[in-house]
Design a protein around this ligand. Structure first.
Ligand SMILES: [Fe+2]
Length: 223
């Protein structure tokens, strides 16, 4: 069985050596509408300043390809980098989204970091995806899989024949991400991975890992 070329997104990864993470743009080949997945907001640990070099490189690619941004997607709240979703929303006007369990993670943070003013309802994003919710990137059908284990709120985005599995599965030599964050669970990670590898091959290429380890630097998601 083959996938219609119009339902196979054009995917480009953008590697950030500072965090060893990979950001993605997935685009409909027909309509040229696209999603940005897990964009990194640069952070200089010495000065404490943020930057947009990564996000601007993504925007330059989108402009060069003539793409229109339809969604800005986070797979989970990241421990190793800030999200550039808000910056990209400001630049593109596209809505931001994350899984609808994000409030559970924020409730943990609120307590651990003694941050009473933090709204723990996911209102920082425009849309919260439910498990199994369907959406589209142009003509390419997409849906959301709840994939907890690494965090309480992790999701996988299945866009056409590509599954953006974030920090569930890394490259074969990297294994999985850590499960010892507050709310993490090795058991739930195992179950999430089983659900991912059970996806029909015709729809997925499951090695689109968001946070692959660098050969020269250990990813802080793993440390
Ligand atoms: Fe992560």
């Amino acid at each position: 069985m083959s996938v219609s070329p119009s339902r196979r997104p054009i995917v480009k990864g953008f590697y950030d050596p500072g965090t060893s993470s990979i950001q993605y743009v997935a685009a409909c080949p027909v309509t040229k509408r696209c999603a940005i997945i897990d964009p990194v907001l640069d952070f200089d640990e010495t000065s404490g300043k943020t930057g947009t070099r990564n996000a601007d490189a993504i925007l330059a690619h989108i402009a060069a390809q003539g793409f229109t941004v339809e969604w800005i997607l986070d797979t989970h709240p990241h421990a190793d980098h800030f999200s550039a979703a808000t910056y990209l929303r400001r630049r593109t006007g596209a809505p931001t989204a994350i899984g609808d369990q994000i409030g559970n993670v924020q409730a943990l943070w609120k307590k651990i970091y003694n941050w009473p003013d933090l709204p723990a309802d996911g209102s920082q994003w425009d849309h919260l995806f439910a498990d199994g919710e369907e959406f589209r990137i142009g003509d390419v059908p997409a849906f959301v899989m709840f994939s907890p284990g690494h965090t309480l709120a992790s999701v996988t985005y299945v866009i056409g024949d590509a599954a953006f599995v974030h920090d569930t599965l890394f490259m074969p030599d990297g294994g999985t991400a850590r499960c010892d964050f507050p709310g993490g669970s090795a058991k739930r990670m195992w179950q999430s991975i089983q659900a991912i590898v059970a996806l029909p091959d015709v729809r997925t290429r499951t090695l689109r890992c968001i946070c692959a380890k660098s050969a020269t630097r250990r990813c802080r998601c793993q440390s």
